[in-house]
Design a binder for this molecule. Structure first.
Ligand SMILES: C[S@@+](CC[C@H](N)C(=O)[O-])C[C@H]1O[C@@H](n2cnc3c(N)ncnc32)[C@H](O)[C@@H]1O
Length: 268
């Protein structure tokens, strides 16, 4: 990915999608587990809509500060408009580039960003780790087997889903399995006191609530369309695929989730 236009989920409504799908209580639970504390200076790498930054900032008060970084002007503008606070700063930055100008942090959070870099995810963590103080905490959170734990998919939809995920790996540098690699990133960088947590992300089943349907459908629609995958399983290609996805998410027999891996460690 050379710039944000190549971000798989790029869309004029992406900031709104991220806002809707981000659960504040989950963010706070994950950050507390990782060791966030009042007074810390926090960096939120790939902050999207700014909702995560806002809740991380809440947890470092009193006395703390949060900096949200994103490559996309659209997301930074949305974050400034919707999730501002006097102790929050939002900056446009490509986190593959040197970040020394931003100063040093006590806590660095990278959630749902590394999956976009099958090649380059370790280098991002290595780069960002230079901005972490010795004794500071790095928290990496991402998915494993992304889009692969839907039970009961019709055969054709199952083949199309597998096809899309393989295509994303080969053509768009997307990593559906990055979660399983996070521990090795902190290990290879010599971090201490590494801890790992495994949980279910978006475990939806039965008659889905409106927001669960929206989260599920928008991911399939934007990711599927932007992938450029030809959807040859369907005579009507992408549109027919999307119709079948809709039927699947409207069936009360639906059950799916994605394994979510969180990994934290302390910089020596
Ligand atoms: C799926 S969103 C995750 C948002 C947020 N971290 C969360 O947990 O909900 C990924 C975000 O990372 C940003 N991003 C991707 N590559 C980036 C890069 N090289 N530098 C900065 N931001 C990047 C995208 O623009 C997008 O807003």
């Amino acid at each position: 990915m050379k710039n944000h236009r190549e971000y798989l989920m790029e869309d004029k409504q992406e900031a709104v999608r991220l806002d809707l799908k981000t659960d504040a209580a989950t963010v706070e639970r994950q950050a507390r587990w990782a060791g966030i504390k009042p007074g810390m200076r926090v960096a939120d790498i790939g902050c999207g809509a700014g909702k995560t930054t806002f809740h991380l900032n809440k947890l470092v008060q009193p006395g703390g500060q949060a900096v949200g970084l994103d490559i996309a002007e659209q997301r930074i503008e949305y974050a400034r408009t919707h999730y501002s606070d006097e102790s929050i700063e939002y900056l446009m930055a490509d986190v593959r580039q040197p970040l020394e100008d931003l100063g040093q942090f006590d806590f660095i959070w990278i959630r749902f960003v590394l999956e976009y870099y099958l090649k380059g995810s370790f280098e991002i963590v290595e780069n960002v780790a230079r901005s972490l103080k010795p004794g500071g905490i790095m928290c990496l959170i991402d998915l494993d087997c992304n889009c692969m734990r839907h039970f009961g998919l019709p055969d054709r939809l199952s083949r199309a889903t597998e096809g899309v995920m393989e295509w994303l790996e080969k053509k768009l540098n997307f990593d559906p399995y990055v979660g399983v690699k996070l521990y090795s990133f902190l290990y290879d960088l010599g971090f201490d006191e590494i801890d790992v947590s495994l949980s279910a992300h978006n475990m939806f089943y039965g008659s889905l609530k409106d927001n669960e349907k929206l989260i599920s459908m928008s991911k399939a629609e934007i990711g599927g369309r932007n992938s450029g995958y030809p959807f040859e399983e369907y005579d009507g290609n992408f549109d027919e695929f999307l119709e079948e996805v809709k039927i699947f998410f409207n069936d009360a027999r639906v059950f799916y989730y994605t394994p979510l891996i969180a990994c934290r460690g302390i910089k020596p």
